[in-house]
Design a protein around this ligand. Structure first.
Ligand code: NDP
Length: 232
């Protein structure tokens, strides 16, 4: 699980470790947030915190090596880490007149290419997994057809993520890896803000139900946390 230090990623780590899974919790901070550290202390045998910045190739390589030292296979990769804007989790301020190459590329690097690079690094482990799956957190804002003024970089980065994962789904079919995109809903995290009506736990409970039911024929689908088809 990438970006497992807080928000939706932390809720994923909690849910999976509590149901008895072996979990690798990616975290880019040098010191893991207290909640993730507490989870690790409570489940030392099954939760490993893995330093991982998904926007950095060397960090991805080192994270894969650390996981590989402990296990020989992965059943699931959750590409959860993401940013809303260069300002962090605040309102994206991008407007014509302020648009900037470097800001756009930072968001693309984390939200679109990062998940593909992490998936690429984990292919060997996943190919040895049981009914292996790659699940990436997209967004309603990743829908091109619904875009009536979505934030520029974030929406474009999630649309790019969708396209990249469709390409990967086609390639990964031959290795028996299912690749799917999930819209977690509008979730009450630092990114979603206090007005969001879905809690991280509700979102993650729903997404895990969807993930558990995914089969190879679902590869390439874009689904909501409630299991409905999301618009492309
Ligand atoms: P938060 O902002 O609460 O948390 C984001 C997480 O991603 C943090 O753990 C953060 O780590 C991590 N992260 C950011 N950049 C990187 C990086 N380069 N490498 C590794 N980790 C990184 O967001 P949410 O939990 O709400 O969002 C999780 C996912 O769900 C994102 O992909 C988001 O786009 C998507 N989503 C969320 C929605 C919502 O309403 N909340 C709606 C639709 C989609 P750090 O603590 O170090 O910053």
């Amino acid at each position: 699980i990438t970006g497992a230090g807080r928000g939706i990623g932390l809720a994923f780590a909690r849910h999976y470790v509590k149901r008895g899974e072996r979990v690798f919790a990616g975290c880019r901070r040098r010191e893991a947030p207290a909640a993730l550290e507490a989870l690790r202390r409570a489940h030392r045998d099954r939760l490993t915190i893995v330093p991982l910045d998904v926007a950095d190739a060397a960090s991805i390589h080192a994270a894969e090596a650390l996981v590989h030292k402990e296990v020989d296979a992965l059943d699931l990769l959750v590409n959860n880490a993401g940013i809303y804007s260069v300002a962090g989790s605040e309102e994206a301020g991008e407007k014509p007149g302020d648009l900037d190459f470097d800001d756009a590329i930072r968001v693309f690097r984390t939200n679109a290419m990062g998940p593909v690079m992490v998936a690429q690094a984990c292919l060997g482990l996943l190919r040895r997994g049981e009914a292996p799956k790659i699940v990436s957190l997209s967004s309603e804002y990743g829908s091109v057809s619904a875009n009536d003024g979505f934030p520029y970089y974030y929406a474009a980065s999630k649309a790019a993520l969708n396209t990249l994962m469709r390409s990967l789904a086609a390639d990964a079919r031959r290795w028996g890896i299912t690749v799917a995109l999930l819209d977690p809903g509008w979730v009450r995290t630092a990114m979603g803000g206090p007005g969001a009506h879905v809690t991280p736990r509700m979102s993650v409970d729903g997404m895990i139900r969807v993930i558990d039911r995914l089969t190879r024929k679902d590869s390439g689908r874009f689904l909501t946390f409630e299991g409905r088809e999301q618009a492309w």
